[in-house]
Design a binder for this molecule. Structure first.
Ligand code: NAD
Length: 256
């Protein structure tokens, strides 16, 4: 149902971004994958997605910590009908020990990149009278935890930026929304499980239930497929009047 639409998904050579790209390709959109690397395996991901879904998929390297590179990504894609701002990194430290350079980097990748890509993408969307901006925020865009100050500030910022975007394009056929996932089992999260098992002396199932999913009442991870499906819903006609809001996919985290 998204045939004829072009999607740009930032930070999409793994995890949630790749899951979202997969869902959009399966729905018929042509897709631009992105990360900061430019390896043969990045381009192979695009070829694989294209072959499996029969849509055009390209990989374009661009560093989302660099505002000019964010804008250049959208330009190199030839503009986009669907923009998914997903690139993000995390760093965990108390505020007084938080490296200032890491603070700046997280704000740049997790928040400012969305400003730059959105600024580059909106003129084309306005010209066509149709567009979708989907920002991958987090449960941490709505609520906080200690030691993740930059990430939480950036994700709250993304939620605010999403609302402003929605207001500026309201009535033009363009919507802007933020998806707020709780814990999603991505390679990034999977890699933490063995360490947590060691630190806590627990088996895999206990670490997942009692440590990692402590704040997720369902005690179940969300999946990249579910974030992909939520994105496709936001791109569907059912969501034409869904704008400037957040959709939590967090097993009840933010209901607590
Ligand atoms: P991930 O590490 O698998 O994916 C992050 C992606 O961003 C990767 O493709 C990486 O290459 C890319 N990236 C990192 N720095 C970049 C840069 N400078 N330029 C371009 N691309 C860059 O992690 P993920 O879990 O899939 O996270 C994706 C998004 O979802 C992030 O914004 C994250 O904050 C958010 N999120 C994740 C979870 C979770 O539990 N996994 C929960 C809530 C929100």
């Amino acid at each position: 149902e998204l045939s004829g639409k072009r999607a740009v998904v930032t930070g999409s050579n793994s995890g949630i971004g790749l899951g979202v790209a997969e869902a959009l390709a399966a729905a018929g959109a042509s897709v631009v994958l992105n990360s900061f690397t430019d390896r043969p395996e990045d381009h192979a991901l695009a070829a694989d997605l294209s072959a499996r879904h029969g849509v055009e998929v390209r990989y374009i390297a661009a560093d989302m910590s660099d505002g000019a590179a964010c804008r250049a990504l959208v330009a190199a894609a030839g503009g986009c009908d669907i923009l998914v701002n997903n690139a993000g990194i995390q760093h965990v430290a108390p505020i007084e020990d938080f490296p200032p350079a890491m603070w700046d980097r997280i704000i740049a990748i997790n928040l400012s990149s969305a400003f730059h890509t959105t600024a580059a993408a909106l003129p084309g969307m306005k010209a066509k009278g149709w567009g979708r901006v989907v920002n991958i925020a987090s449960a941490h865009g709505l609520t906080a935890s200690p030691f993740k100050s930059a990430y939480i500030a950036a994700k709250h910022g993304v939620v605010g930026f999403t609302k402003t975007t929605a207001l500026e394009v309201a009535g033009m056929g363009i919507t802007a929304n933020a998806i707020c996932p709780g814990y999603v089992l991505t390679p990034l999260v999977e890699a933490q499980i063995p360490d947590q098992m060691k630190v806590h002396g627990m088996d895999r199932e206990r670490v997942i239930r009692e440590v990692m999913l402590l704040r997720q009442p369902s005690r179940q991870f969300a999946t990249v497929e579910q974030i992909g499906g939520t994105t496709v819903y936001l791109c569907s006609p059912s969501a034409d009047q869904v704008t400037g809001t957040t959709i939590s996919v967090d097993g009840g985290w933010t209901a607590l």
